[in-house]
Design a protein around this ligand. Structure first.
Ligand SMILES: [Zn+2]
Length: 434
């Protein structure tokens, strides 16, 4: 019963394609019986980026209910990896067993008969015969490649964004692996779940001052749900971040949030989401938790110069956009797709991008860990770039990403946003068209 409740939204998402003859319990069992072995080398794990790959990957796999085995040399944790706790890598990872999703275990087991092996960086020994992907990358670029496709290289990157990209790509491969073992409603849908022999994503390099604090200023987060928590999970891993601000949400953490809320652990159930997001951030991220509705609903809340919006409800995004004085980033997901955009005064607003309320009904929304994570990671990259004075150009105002098949061209599309005469926010860009 617990696993079904915790994985409910992922099972709902899988129902888009799985044959209706299968019960929820059978789908759940298939994910829970899936075993992943994570291996790595001491060189990779001696870098913050290598450690970040591993923690992010274990988090994303556990939140799909999978069983994780580790074959790793132990070493000290270099920088905080919330919500993981512990001073050594193995201690922190093993302590997370059954805490992210209560029946998802993490154990040290070099002989695990795994369905899939993920190699973080290089691996000095010979992995087992199971299908195996190597995770490699640099500061802003992450890759996965099957054995024999690319040369394994240890992680040495200073910055952790490529590391989190690589982990998200690998988690997608694990999800598809399970989906391939289940009967589909329509056999032609199998194309969505084909393995990637190799795939990568690049958020593109920017200049980051070496060894200096990076001041993001005062930032408001609207929603403390999956996308905001993924963004804060990513921000908390970026070295030298200094940020203060507020986080708004009136929701309480439920079991069904554990499949994607990256800063939440099972013992947090029943607590306000804002409290959890605030308390699990790293030391440089200071967020005042505000238990309440989206600030656009009240006239007296003055929003910060930077606002990160992770709320699903489209009219709520319009209200935030109306009140935001300067910069807002909006992240959202729909089934397997991710939308990430940024809006500044004079540019087409989030109302121009999302002009129609899709009326999701406020009910159960289908989600899976790695898709929500992509949305939060993209939001964090936009926030960093703006704070460092290197925003994406206007032709990259909107990113539409479908992470299931990142090996295909156009899986990620950068798109400019056109102003609309019928913009529900009546933004400056839309009014100037009339
Ligand atoms: Zn507009």
């Amino acid at each position: 019963m617990t696993a079904l409740a915790e994985l409910d939204r992922m099972i709902l998402l899988s129902r888009d394609h799985i044959a209706p003859t299968l019960s929820d319990e059978e789908i759940c069992q298939q994910f829970q019986s899936f075993k992943v072995l994570c291996v790595s080398d001491l060189h990779s794990l001696s870098s913050h980026s290598g450690q970040t790959v591993l923690f992010t990957l274990v988090a994303l796999l556990s939140r799909m209910g999978m069983q994780v085995g580790l074959n790793l040399p132990d070493t000290a944790v270099l920088l905080p990896q919330p919500p993981f706790l512990g001073s050594s890598l193995c201690e922190a990872l093993l302590a997370s067993s059954r805490t992210l999703v209560t029946e998802a275990t993490v154990r040290s087991d070099s002989d695990l008969k795994a369905d899939v092996i993920f190699v973080v960086g290089d691996f000095p020994g010979k992995p087992h015969d199971a299908p195996c992907w190597y995770l490699t990358g640099s500061d802003w670029l992450g890759s996965v490649a099957m054995r024999g496709i690319a040369k394994p290289e240890p992680w040495t990157a200073r910055l952790p964004v490529g590391a989190m990209v690589s982990a998200a790509l690998a988690a997608g491969e694990a999800f598809k692996f399970v989906m391939r073992s289940l009967p589909l409603r329509n056999p032609s849908d199998a194309v969505f779940f084909e393995p990637s022999f190799s795939s990568s994503w690049n958020f593109d390099r920017i200049t980051v001052p070496l060894g200096e604090r990076i001041h993001l200023g005062f930032v408001d987060f609207v929603s403390a749900g999956a996308i905001s928590q993924a963004a804060l999970f990513a921000l908390s891993r970026f070295p030298g971040i200094e940020m203060s601000g507020r986080i708004f949400d009136d929701d309480i953490t439920e079991a069904s949030n554990l499949n994607r809320n990256m800063l939440t652990v099972a013992s947090d159930l029943g607590e306000p989401k804002v409290q959890i997001a605030s308390k699990h951030c790293s030391a440089g991220v200071h967020l005042e938790p505000v238990v309440g509705r989206c600030p656009g609903h009240t006239s007296d809340t003055r929003l910060a110069g930077r606002v990160a919006v992770g709320v699903d409800d489209i009219p709520s995004r319009w209200r935030v956009q109306e009140k935001a004085p300067n910069w807002i980033a909006v992240g959202g997901t729909s089934h397997y797709s991710v939308s990430s955009s940024v809006h500044t005064p004079g540019s087409p607003c989030s109302g121009c991008l999302h002009p129609v309320d899709d009326d999701g009904g406020g009910g159960r929304i289908p989600t899976v860990s790695f898709v929500s994570f992509w949305a939060g990671l993209a939001m964090t990259v936009r926030l960093l770039r703006d704070a460092l004075g290197q925003p994406y150009p206007p032709e990259r105002q909107h990113l539409w990403l479908t992470p299931l098949r990142m090996d295909l061209s156009h899986a990620g599309m950068w798109i400019p946003i056109a102003p609309r005469r019928d913009c529900p926010v009546h933004c400056l860009a839309s009014v100037s068209m009339i």
